[in-house]
Design a protein around this ligand. Sequence first.
Ligand code: QAP
Ligand code: CO
Length: 187
Amino acid sequence: MTSVVAVEKKKLAKPPLEIHYLGDRVLRQPAKRIAKVDEQIRKLVKQMLQTMYSSDGIGLAAPQVGINKQLIVIDCEPDNPANPPLVLINPKIIRYSSQLCNAEEGCLSVPGVYMEVTRPEGIEVSFKDENGRPHKLPASGLLARAIQHEMDHLNGVMFVDRVENKIALTEELKKKGFSLNAVQAIK
Ligand code: QAP
Ligand code: CO
């Protein structure tokens, strides 16, 4: 029997996991592939979802809670109880659209900072779900952006690294108490 991860979309007074912030080294380490999707992984998925809903997030990657595993949770409609969250294990982007688009991004690991980032408008991603079943998903718009943002975390990349307006970025980071030294050039 495979257990299904069922989580209520509500705010907990004490979320089970702690979020790490920009400047923390764990956010810069590449995440490891998950060899087997077992009960331990499903427990982590549940705790990540609870932590995401408790923090008003629409996406969370395992490195943000100090765990260097290739695991992402996303829910672009956190206020819609009928919309199930997405769980992506060992995700790989197998197609990018040539069309790019600009949109504002934020991150639970960089609270209060919102900046424009350019990314491919559409993608196709392959991954395993919380039951270890493989999927291929085409995505566009907000979902495509969320997947790309969260997959960057698995590679130690933060959205601030991708911001082109360095003057505005410097100002915003300073205002929110983050160091510009925590931003890395994209290799
Ligand atoms: C990534 O971001 C993302 O600053 C998920 O004070 C970004 O959930 C996906 C948040 C853009 C798609 C488009 C940020 C919550 C949440 C904050 C988040 C904050 C409270 C960010
Ligand atoms: Co983020």
